[in-house]
Each structure stands twice: as structure tokens, then as C-alpha cells.
Design a protein around this ligand. Sequence first.
Ligand SMILES: Cc1ncc(C[n+]2csc(CCOP(=O)(O)OP(=O)(O)O)c2C)c(N)n1
Ligand SMILES: [Mg+2]
Length: 577
Amino acid sequence: MADAAVKEKPADAAERELTDGFHLLIDALKLNGLTTIYGVPGIPITDFGRMAQASGLRVLSFRHEQNAGYAAAIAGFLTKKPGVCLTVSAPGFLNGLTALAHATTNCFPMILMSGSSEREVVDLQQGDYEEMDQLAIAKPLCKAAFRVLHAQDIGIGLARAIRAAVSGRPGGVYLDLPAKLFGQVMDAAAGQKSLVKVIDPAPAQIPAADAIKRALDVLKSAKRPLIILGKGAAYAQADDAIKSFVEKSGVPFLPMSMAKGLLPDTHPQCAGAARSTVLKDSDVVMLIGARLNWLLSHGKGKAWGDAPKKFIQIDIEPKEMDSNVEIVAPVVGDIGSCVSALLNAMGGSWPAPPADWTKTVTAKRDENVAKMAPRLMNNNSPMDYHGALGVLRTVVKERPDAILVNEGANTLDLARGIIDMYQPRKRLDVGTWGVMGIGMGYAIGAAIETGKPVLAVEGDSAFGFSGMEIETICRYQLPVCVVIFNNDGIYRGTDVNSAGADPATTVFVKGSRYDKMIEAFGGTGVNATSPDELKRAVNAAIDSGKPTLINAVIDPGAGSESGRIGNLNPQSALRKK
Ligand SMILES: Cc1ncc(C[n+]2csc(CCOP(=O)(O)OP(=O)(O)O)c2C)c(N)n1
Ligand SMILES: [Mg+2]
């Protein structure tokens, strides 16, 4: 007896004193508050996922890595912490890479952790299982890329990844984890010591006082000022300061798509419904966390009119200044610090902008809103976009804390204009690239991160890019209501191929019943053919909190080519009609 007890003790002790790559990575994630992982299992990360789940991390399994990646990307936007995506080597990694590049382009913090094959074999190109030089491929598509070869470097590797993702302008980071790393054993105490808790991962970047003064001087001199809020402003979570600044300035504001709701779209200063007027006629434009990229016609050309403009730009990235046009007052710093500094420097009294300007903007806005109103109230069947969106507009008004996910062409552009938002970071959409496929990944990420109901308004084409994830939504019983604007195709369901038997390239099976798909997984499916039916179905879905998919039947002829951006299509001068 005594002998056995003596023999057992050292074995136990030896086990306690060792750790390995699996455990160190889990400990490192936990130490830094990264408690949710979005991914797809397989060699070499299956056991890691199991062990992470067993240790209390939330590990969500998807049907395709791209959707897991989009969930991680939007988690980063919503929480200011890097969203974590976990993929297998080569094909899984490549599937996740689109989302990583998307996160970088949209300035969302995200870490793509991918298992990879053995370096020695990959570098000699000897044909390893899922062989690929992933680090080299990831590098140009993200903000930073790191590889960890030794268990004792896991702590530092993750710390570097976190800092790179969230500091300065946020973005996507790749972390390469070769299969051998996971099983590497080391002394537990040394392992624990090697972990790094990242202190102040996104340090405040304080703007210079003279930059603030210059910006305010320019703003004060304006006769027709405009503030444009971008998704950088939404990301900053400086909601109160931004609202106070905009209100104190009295300047009309224009929210970019994902900045809608930072101040309510129904706010008296909101110029959303007078977009073309304010872009054309303003003389001073202050950009807050918005870039002058294609979405703002690069700050020049027809959309901006002939009146001379002065731009003030607030951005965390100094290289953003003068990227498209001259910026007369650059303010570099994090949005929260910059806007607070502006507020302080404005002092007790600030002159309201000239009343003729604010009155003109308000009149134009009211005129456009009034013009739209009757179209939103039609009860046509099959529905047109306006009838269907009029209903969803009311649903969101009555449930301002619900999160709206939105993609498509007409379905996107018209929903953006029609559905008013009331709270910050409630509208999540295709972003800078206008990418299709974010839908179900965003819906899942948003539901998991916020616990709020999600309404995903999807073109039928857009939905197809991530549609299989409705099984994931049902599996995790998420409060997601997907509304598919089913117009039988891309832009319209009416195209015909005059040259042969194949269907035209932009049309799908006519009269498809997407609602039947979710029934296969135990969710609720509804076919809605009128705005009244749609309204009832969406309200019931959100009240129940149960996974629901509504097939909203839209007139196939109702949409227009490429929605609102048809002008970007190249034209052939030789094309035979
Ligand atoms: C990844 C990706 N592939 C292709 C496109 C091109 N594209 C733009 S919108 C769109 C689909 C539009 O159709 P739908 O979602 O049904 O919206 P609708 O206009 O019919 O309402 C496509 C395929 C894209 N933006 N992103
Ligand atoms: Mg469509």
C-alpha cells in the first residue's frame, strides 16, 4: 500500500508540472479576455477546439470558414477586441482569408488563427498534407502576420497579434500555428510565465492642440458646413462625445452606412435624406472616421458640385490625409480623443451655422421624406422594395435595439435609405468592398456578441453566399430572423438569354421557396407575399426569438441593375443589343 502511494505521487506531480501548446494557447486567449472562437474544425485544430470548449471558451462551429471569419470580423467591430477565427490548413485557411482581408479593408480588428503543415516539408515543397506557405500568402492581405514555432512563444505571439489588430487603425492579423506547436510540451511554471497580458492594447492617440484649433477655425468660417460620420466613428464607441459635438456645432450631418444610428436618422440635424444637396452645396466638410474613397466619390467630381470645398479630416491614420483631395485641417488621433478635444476647445458658446443653410438642408430633407412616404405604405402583392421595406422600417422603429444585417444590391441600397436607425452600431452591412456573403456570419457574430435580436435583410443572391449557415443559426438557437427579398435573381429576375437554352446569368429558379430550407433544421419558415404578411411574420419571429427565415416574394421586375451603383458598370460600345 505504502509503496503504491509513493509510486503514484511523482507521476502526478510530473503531469501537473507540464503544459503544452494546446493549453498555453487557451490560457493566453483567456488571459486577454478573448473568450469566443469562430471556426471550422479539422486537422490540426480539432482537439484544440474541443479542449478550448471544455475549458469554458465559447467555440462556435460553422459550415464554411468564410462565414466564421465574417462573424469574427463583425465581433471585432462590435466589441473593439479582435474577433478570433480558427481554421484548418490550406483550404480552410484560404476560405478564412477573404474575411481577414475584408476585416482589414474595413478596419475591424480580427485574428485569423490557422493550423498549418510542417515548415520543413512546406519549405522544401515535398507535398505535405495541405501544404501551403500560408504566412507568405496572408501577409499582403492583412495588417500583420506572425508564425509561432515554439510553445514558449505562444504568449508573445498572441500579444503581438492583439496589439497589431486593435492599435492605431484596426485590422486583420494572421497567426500561423504549425501542427507540431500544439503538442509541444514545456514546464508548466515557465509556460505560465511566458504568457503576456496585453496592457492598454489600443493606447489613446491624442491629437495636437494646434490641429484642433485649425480644424475649429475652418469649421467656424464655413457658410455651408457638413459633418460626415463614418464607421470609424461608430467603432470608436465615443457615442456621447460625438453626439454632443454634432449638436453643439449645429452642423447638418450625413451618416455613412454603418454610422447610421450614431445619432438617430430622425435627428433634426440629420441630412441623410438630402445627401446629394449637402455633398454638392457644402463649403466645409468635416470627416469623422470616414474615408474619401469610392463611397464618397473620392471627394471630387459631379457628386461634389462646383463650389470650392475645404475638408477637415479626423482619422487615426496619418496616411489617410490627402489620399484623394487636399485636407486643409488634418486631425490625427483616435476618434474619441479627437472629438473630446474639439468639444473642449469649442468653449461655452459656439455660433450656429448660417440659418439659410440649415433651413435649405432641412427643407430638402423633408421634401424627399414626404415624396417617399406614400410609396412605403403600399400593400402590393407581389411586393415591391418600397412596400416591403416600409414594413421593416416600422419594425426597426419599434425595436430600436435590434441589429440589422443587410446585403444585396437593390435590397441593400434601398434598405439603407429607407430603414431609419436609432442607436449606434445597429446597422451592419457589406462595408467598403460591397461584398456579398457577410449575411449569416454577421448575423451569428452579432447575436453571439450582443445577445440582441438580429434582423437580416438579404437579397436572394446575397443570401446564397452564406445560406448554409442557417443550420448553424438553428443549432445554436440564435434569435435571428432572416428576410430574403426574393426577386428571382441578381438585380432582377427577368433577364432572358436570347442565344441559347441556359438561363440568363442573373436569374435563379423562379418562385423558389427559401423558407423551406430552414424547416430542414427545425427553424420556422414563412412565405410572405404581401407587406401585411411580412410584418406579421417578422414581429412573430422577433417576439419568439426563434430562428426564422421569411421568403419575401418581390416583383422580379422591381429592381434596377446594380442597385444604386449601376454607373460603375463598364459599357461596351460594340455590344449588339
Ligand atoms: C463576393 C461578391 N461576389 C459578387 C458580387 C457582385 N454582386 C453585387 S450585388 C450581387 C447580388 C445582388 O442580387 P441580390 O442579392 O438578389 O439583390 P437584389 O438587387 O436582387 O435585391 C452580386 C452578385 C459581390 N458584390 N460580391
Ligand atoms: Mg435578388
